[in-house]
Design a protein around this ligand. Sequence first.
Ligand code: DAH
Length: 341
Amino acid sequence: MQEKFEELRQRAKQELCDVTSSRALFELKSKYLGKNGEVTALLRGLKDVPAEERSSFGKMINDLKVEISAYFDEKEILIKEKEIAEKFEKEKIDITLPGKEQPSGSLHPLNIVKNQILEAFCGMGFEIFEGPEIDNDYYCFQALNIPKDHPARDMQDTFYFTDNILLRPHTSPGQVRTMENKKPPIKILSPGRVYRADDDASHSPMFHQIEGLVVDKGVSLCDLKGLLDEFVRIMFDDETKTRFRPSYFPFTEPSVEVDVTCCKCHGKGCSLCKGTGWIEILGAGVVNKKVLEMSGIDSDVYSGLAFGLGIERITMIKYGISDIRTFFESNVKFLKQFNRR
Ligand code: DAH
């Protein structure tokens, strides 16, 4: 019997030497130590051994089992190490190779400037309200004191779907929609795309505006001046001066146009400011009482300020861009110049 044990031990050892993979190791282990394995069969055969020899036999089989298990454990460690080393070798990457450049996009200059404008006013307590781009005659004109056949409609000739439905020519309808839905105090900005039947170096059929509206008790032209002076200081610099020129808009009374000292020549006069030293940046005024009343606001109790600016215009002034069409040509070389804050 002892020879049989010895033969089994040697055979297991020998076969283990030839094993080179976890899979083969697993199979060999079940051949000897598994449920139907040879060592297990010996243990099962104990019941047929005469009673007086059973205990010594049992011990021998157990010793054999412990010894063979130890061989397998040892071999398992070696195989695992070998397999991990092979895996690392296979998956090795050369970290000295230069990486592939991932070009990153950037905000469009109009978005950069829009964000700066919104931030400047939001810092002064304004909220944002976006109105629809397709609107009707009432919100675009009548509610802003521009009745049918009013000559001011010529300045804002846009694209009509029907006599009544049109692409908004300005963001001023945002004033009306806000006043209809919100009780004073009101302090809102209404940014968005607007449309006009115009196309040359300084006009585009689609461009962007931001409308501002303040309605409260006792607001006056002085507040408008303070507000816009602060805005210009944030958008340009401390040296840039503002100038209010009398103007006309049907929805404001009095109305003004606001100029800033030319950022190129600082007021001396150059080609950008056409020799005047000043550049117009926006239209504004005290909200016409008729406009307040039409939107349901008591003009004896409340007064309002409004202003409207073109984002393209401010961006062109800030960056010295002479043709509005460059914003819409998707020329990456042009757009890349703004890729820094
Ligand atoms: N809606 C005017 C335009 O598109 C801009 C404007 C001027 C808006 C004066 C205002 C304002 O709110 O008070 O030309």
